[in-house]
Design a protein around this ligand. Structure first.
Ligand code: ZN
Length: 304
């Protein structure tokens, strides 16, 4: 399997900004970590691909959190993405598999639902994060992200998201693209793009046929118009650790820690994003209890 990567490009004299990503390994990693079934894999996978593409539009060190909250059986989908090509994410109900829809495709709308919201939180390292929210307009996700871009960020856009799942549940191909219309774009350019997008094959099909992210953008924009800017390796990556969960346990306070020690004689924490499990023995919990007591004593001192 070829490596996952994303390209960014400008086209039509800088009036069109574009990116495309091949994310087959990323989505397959998510499938393996969360044991997702086909429809859940497609919904989570499309959201992870959107995370890459949204990350690519940001400048500097920005952390994005995407929350898709629909009324379908999949429940909420949560994605964290950065601007360096890393995503992590989960779907509340990984075990949803549905009959293929009328187009013979995985029924993402059936998993996500049609009523609900799409929320994007951008942490720019400032005091308050930026939050944008739109209602779901489709449930197929690409349309929902496209609507978010136009309505919340006022950038006319077109996003394609696509995941192809094998009969054995593994991910055969996954990827997407994002085209954004910048100020100065001519009506003619927009018309050319609309015509090309209408005829574009499914992205996952193109990737399955061996097409690269560059090929995808060349197909949408016309090779003669594209100027590639950069290429970034992308992957599913979680930054959780036993130390982080130790901090969380310590913050629960003396009462809860004492309960875990005396009643459960240990604890197991699970990371929602990557399903990693961390075990804490009774002794380790006693250390955390000491830490919690020390912190409490210190904060009482400063209060005096
Ligand atoms: Zn994790």
């Amino acid at each position: 399997m070829t490596k996952d990567y994303m390209v960014r490009a400008l086209a039509f004299d800088g009036t069109i900004s574009a990116s495309a990503v091949c994310a087959t390994n990323t989505v397959n990693t998510a499938h393996e970590k969360h044991d997702t079934w086909s429809a859940s894999t497609a919904a989570l996978g499309r959201s992870l691909v959107a995370g890459f593409l949204m990350g690519a539009t940001q400048k500097g060190d920005v952390k994005l959190t995407i929350k898709v909250q629909g009324d379908g059986p999949g429940g909420a989908i949560i994605i964290d993405a950065d601007t360096k090509g890393h995503v992590k994410g989960y779907i509340q109900q990984p075990h949803v598999s549905l009959p293929l829809n009328d187009h013979g495709k995985l029924d993402v709308r059936g998993v996500v639902g049609t009523k609900g919201s799409l929320t994007v939180i951008k942490d720019l390292g400032l005091k308050e994060p930026f939050t944008g929210q739109v209602p779901l307009v489709s449930g197929e996700l690409a349309e929902d992200f496209t609507y978010y871009m136009s309505a919340s960020e006022q950038i006319p856009s077109s996003m394609g998201l696509s995941v192809l799942v094998e009969t054995d549940e593994s991910v055969r191909a996954a990827g997407g693209f994002l085209i954004q219309v910048m100020p100065g774009a001519t009506e003619e350019t927009i018309q050319i793009l609309e015509e090309r997008l209408a005829k574009l094959p499914l992205v996952s099909k193109m990737i399955d046929e061996g097409k690269t992210p560059e090929d995808i953008l060349n197909t949408v924009l016309g090779a003669e118009n594209v100027e590639f800017l950069d290429q970034t390796e992308v992957s599913f990556q979680c930054d959780c650790s036993k130390d982080k969960f130790a901090e969380v346990l310590t913050s629960l306070g003396e009462g809860t820690l004492t309960e875990l020690i005396e009643e459960d004689h240990g604890a197991e924490t699970v990371c929602h994003f990557c399903n990693s499990k961390y075990q804490f023995t009774e002794d380790e919990l006693r250390d955390l209890l000491n830490e919690a007591q020390k912190l409490k004593a210190e904060s009482e001192e400063t209060n005096d």
